[in-house]
Design a protein around this ligand. Structure first.
Ligand SMILES: [Zn+2]
Length: 407
């Protein structure tokens, strides 16, 4: 008779999950999940929302994004893009709709019907020489050489062009809105380094004093590296002398479910990276914040995900290429669907898409990713009486209400 231990020892290595992950699924450099723990047997520990989703296998698969656990391919930034997903119905928040049918009810402050999280990733506070060159070159055919040279000099001289935080807050204030700014905290030499966070100390102080949120925009190396996440978090916290609770990774780099677990361990209360970089919509069918479920551990992760739905980059000529008119139609459709579910719509607009009208025209900024388009979203949501606020506010609200939303 063999003991259980001996039988396990005899199982060939090629039958183990780690083997398959390492030699087949992880050919795209994804790390092995180091946090796998024994499955829980006490199903009562699931939240009410998860209990409800578990009733429907197909929706549960979509909700947990089972397909992202062992992807055959990823893009060159190790992201799982929409074009690799088997779930094509990206514009319908199917899981949230199901939860609403099952009794999900949320009462937002002042009886607002739905919420909008406005967010800004601050990748850069100054134009690089190559960007100045690009803008100069794109302006050239429309102007005489002298005029274009003037624009070039204007861009080089105008070092505050991308420090437009006040303009952004003033615009949002007009609509009684607040938002979240995610700042990088990189060091010179890191990939895409553009600014030292300490040089923005005064601006950060103003942003915080006005009631807008400051979160961390994790760098390229952060999404699967706990030490890097902690390091960047502490750099930002040192400058603002305040705890940082919110996170979004640069390029929306994300590994399901590892990134959630690392962020939770690093002390973040929420993440808002979970959206596709190449399309707008609902990546896992949710238009409500949720506790992510870790299939490996058979447990919910102790962090709130505020899924990203609409971004200037996804709508731009680099990805969806819908043009201004269709981009607006799809944006309205998503807003209307979130309103119907009493959900939370998360919008990302970079600071370099928020120049004033004259400068946008000068720089030929894509019409679907400029300030006027962003203001149209603000106006439309404001007319619908949405609660337009930062992720931090939504997160605080959710923490108080999440166990009481299923009737
Ligand atoms: Zn970024």
């Amino acid at each position: 008779m063999c003991s259980v231990r001996e039988i396990i020892k005899k199982i060939p290595i090629w039958k183990s999950r780690i083997f398959w992950n390492r030699y087949f699924y992880c050919s795209t450099e994804r790390s092995i999940d180091p946090y796998t723990i024994e499955p829980r047997t006490n199903k009562k520990e699931y939240s009410k929302v998860l209990h409800a989703i578990k009733e429907n296998n197909e929706l549960f698969d979509l909700f947990v994004k089972n397909e992202e656990y062992s992807p055959l391919f990823l893009d060159k930034y190790q992201r799982f893009p929409y074009y690799l997903s088997k779930y094509r119905d990206i514009f319908n928040p199917k899981v949230s709709e199901f939860l609403v049918k099952k009794g999900l009810r949320i009462e937002y402050p002042e009886k607002r019907k739905f919420a909008v999280c406005l967010t800004h990733d601050i990748d850069a506070v100054r134009l690089s020489r190559s960007e100045v060159g690009y803008f100069f070159a794109s302006a050239l055919p429309k102007r005489d050489l002298g005029g274009s040279v003037k624009i070039g000099f204007k861009l080089i001289k105008n070092s505050k062009l991308l420090r437009n935080f006040d303009d952004i807050m003033n615009l949002e204030e007009k609509y009684d809105a607040r938002s979240s700014f995610y700042f990088e905290a990189l060091q010179n030499g890191d990939k895409d380094f553009n600014y030292n966070i300490a040089e923005l100390k005064n601006e950060l102080k103003d942003i915080s004093a006005r009631g807008w949120e400051i979160g961390l925009h994790g760098g390229h190396a952060a999404y699967n590296n706990l030490e890097e996440i902690k390091l960047e978090k502490s750099r930002l916290e040192d400058v603002i002398s305040k705890k940082v609770i919110g996170y979004r990774n640069h390029y929306l780099r994300f590994e399901t479910p590892l990134t959630w677990k690392l962020l939770s361990e690093a002390g973040f209360e929420y993440d808002t990276s979970f959206g596709y970089n190449d399309v707008v919509g609902f990546r896992n069918g949710m238009c409500h914040p949720f506790r992510p479920f870790d299939m490996n551990a058979d447990a919910e992760v102790n962090i709130l995900e505020v899924p990203l739905n609409i971004s200037d980059v996804a709508l731009s000529e680099d990805y969806m290429r819908f043009g201004e008119r269709s981009s607006w139609e799809i944006t309205k459709l998503l807003i209307d669907r979130v309103e119907k579910c009493s959900g939370v719509l998360t919008v990302l607009w970079h600071n370099n898409s928020l120049f004033d009208k004259k400068m946008s025209r000068l720089l030929s900024v894509d019409a679907c990713s400029n300030k006027e388009f962003f203001e149209r979203i603000l106006r439309y949501c404001s007319e619908k009486k949405a609660w337009i606020t930062s992720c931090e506010e939504v997160c605080k609200f959710w923490a108080k209400h999440e166990e009481f939303v299923m009737l």
